[in-house]
Design a binder for this molecule. Structure first.
Ligand SMILES: Nc1ncnc2c1ncn2[C@@H]1O[C@H](COP(=O)(O)OP(=O)(O)OP(=O)(O)O)[C@@H](O)[C@H]1O
Ligand SMILES: [Mg+2]
Length: 396
C-alpha cells in the first residue's frame, strides 16, 4: 500500500474524462501533467494480481461469496496471505473484497483506472484501502480491504433481523467519518471532486468506522483561476447537485450537495429517490425541505426508529446542516471542513446524551452481525428495491 500521500507530489491523471480542456490551468500555476496508464500502474504501490491468483482467492468467484453488486460488476469475498498476498485457504489470512468488472458493464476501463489512480495515491483513515488490481487480457479487477459491515445503504434501508436500525449516535459518527473522508479529498493538497457520494459508497468496518470507496467517477478539481471542471454529467439520480445536472459544471460544492442528501437519508431513514412512496414523496429533498426549517416540524422527517435517542436541539441543528448543504445556490453551502466541525459538536453532545441515558442509545443494544457473517443468501436478490447506480445523468 501507499505509505502516505503527503510525501508524494500530487499528480493528475485525466483518466475518466479525456476532455479536460476546461480545467487547463491559468498562467498563474503549472498545469498538472496527466499520467499515462503505465505510469499510474507503476507508481501506485499496489499489488498486481494475476487472474489465477484472484480466482483462487475467491474460490472461482463463487456466487455465494458475492458481497454486493454495482454498475461496475460484482464484489466477491476472498482470502489472501497477509505477507505474500498469495491466495490462501478460505477463513485464513486476510479477508479481501474483490470487485470484478462485468464485461458488459457500462462503466469500464476508465473507471477502473481512475480508482487505481486515486486510491493508489491516497492513504487516509476514511478512505477504503485498495490493496491491488488485476489487468490481464480483458479482466479488470480491484482488490480492497474487506469492510465487514458492508455499506451504509444496507444498514439504513435493508430490513430484516440482520440489519437492526443504526442508532442516532452511530449515524452521527458515520456521517462525521464520511465527512472527514470528503474533507480530505477537497483539501488544498488533494483537490479531488468525488462525484459519487452516496450511501452504497460508504463502507463500514467492525467498529462502524466509515470509509469512502469507489473513485471511478472522481476528478481532479479545477486548477488556476478556473471555478469548475466541465464534464459529461455522471452520477446517481437523487444525489447530483442541481447546477451540475443543469450545466455539467462540476465543483467541490456538488459533492457537498450530495453530502446533504446522504445526511438527510440518515436522519430520515428514507432513500434519496423512492418510487414506492406516495406521490409527492418520491424525491426526498423536495419532500423534506419545508420541514427542515422549523424546529416544531422536523419530527415529521426524522426516522421514527430513532425516537428517544436524540435531543431535539441537536436533531434540529443536524437538519439545518443538511438544509445548508442542500442550498440551491452552491455558494451558500458550507465547506466540508465546516461540516466536519459541526458534526464533531453533535458527536460530543450525542455522547453526553448517551452517558446520561446509559447504554440505551449507544447502539450496542443489539448484537449486530457483520455482512460477512450473513447466512448464505443471494445478497443481490435480497435487495428488494431497484438499486440506484452511477450512470450518465440527463435532466428530465
Ligand atoms: N471493500 C468492501 N468490503 C465489503 N463489501 C463491499 C466492499 N466493496 C463493496 N462492497 C459491497 O458491494 C456492493 C457493491 O459495490 P459497488 O461499489 O460495486 O456498487 P455500488 O456502490 O452499490 O453502486 P455503483 O456501481 O453505483 O458504485 C456495495 O454496496 C457493498 O455492499
Ligand atoms: Mg460503490
Amino acid at each position: 500500500m501507499s505509505d502516505g500521500w503527503e510525501s508524494s507530489t500530487r499528480v493528475s491523471a485525466d483518466v475518466n474524462d479525456i476532455s479536460r480542456s476546461s480545467s487547463k490551468s491559468s498562467s498563474s500555476s503549472v498545469p498538472p501533467t496527466p499520467r499515462s496508464e503505465e505510469e499510474i500502474l507503476q507508481s501506485s504501490n499496489l499489488k498486481s494480481f494475476s487472474y489465477a491468483d484472484l480466482k483462487m482467492a475467491t474460490r472461482n468467484f463463487r456466487p455465494d461469496s458475492v458481497l454486493g453488486e454495482g454498475g461496475f460488476g460484482s464484489v466477491f469475498k476472498g482470502w489472501i496471505d497477509e505477507n505474500s498476498f498469495a491466495a490462501s485457504k478460505p477463513g485464513t489470512g486476510m479477508v479481501i473484497a474483490v470487485k470484478k468488472l462485468n464485461l458488459e458493464s457500462f462503466q469500464g476501463h476508465k473507471e477502473w483506472l481512475a480508482e487505481v489512480n486515486y486510491l493508489g495515491q491516497f492513504y487516509h483513515p476514511h478512505l477504503v484501502k485498495l490493496i491491488g488490481y488485476c489487468l490481464e487480457d480483458e479482466h479488470r479487477i480491484l482488490v480492497y480491504e474487506f469492510m465487514p459491515r458492508g455499506s451504509l445503504e444496507n444498514h439504513l434501508f435493508r430490513r430484516g433481523s440482520y440489519f437492526q436500525p443504526l442508532s442516532w449516535n452511530l449515524r452521527i459518527k458515520v456521517a462525521l467519518d464520511a465527512a472527514k473522508g470528503l474533507a480530505f479529498l477537497h483539501s488544498a493538497e488533494t483537490k479531488v471532486i468525488y462525484r459519487d457520494f452516496k450511501t452504497s459508497n460508504i463502507l463500514l468496518d467492525t467498529n462502524y468506522t466509515a470509509k469512502l470507496s469507489d473513485f471511478g467517477l472522481a476528478k481532479d478539481g479545477p486548477t488556476g483561476d478556473k471555478s469548475h471542471v466541465s464534464t459529461r454529467v455522471m452520477g446517481t439520480y437523487g444525489y447530483a447537485a442541481p447546477e451540475y445536472l443543469a450545466t455539467g459544471h462540476l465543483t467541490a460544492r456538488s459533492d457537498i450537495y450530495s453530502f446533504g442528501v446522504v445526511l438527510l437519508e440518515m436522519l430520515s431513514g428514507r432513500r434519496a429517490v423512492d418510487k414506492n412512496r406516495p406521490s409527492g414523496e418520491h424525491n426526498l429533498v423536495e419532500w423534506a425541505k419545508p420541514f427542515l426549517t422549523n424546529k416544531r416540524k422536523i419530527f415529521r422527517i426524522l426516522d421514527s426508529r430513532l425516537e428517544g435517542q436524540y435531543s431535539l436541539d441537536v436533531a434540529y441543528k443536524a437538519a439545518n446542516l443538511a438544509l445548508r448543504c442542500l442550498s440551491t445556490d452552491p455558494k451558500f453551502r458550507p465547506s466540508m471542513d465546516e461540516v466536519v466541525k459541526e458534526l464533531d459538536q453533535f458527536n460530543d453532545s450525542s455522547k453526553e446524551m448517551a452517558n446520561t441515558l446509559g447504554n440505551q442509545t449507544t447502539g450496542l443494544r443489539h448484537r449486530r452481525r457483520s455482512a460477512g457473517d450473513l447466512p448464505k443468501v443471494n445478497v443481490v436478490s435480497a435487495v428488494a428495491y431497484p438499486r440506484p447506480s452511477a450512470s450518465p445523468l440527463f435532466t428530465k
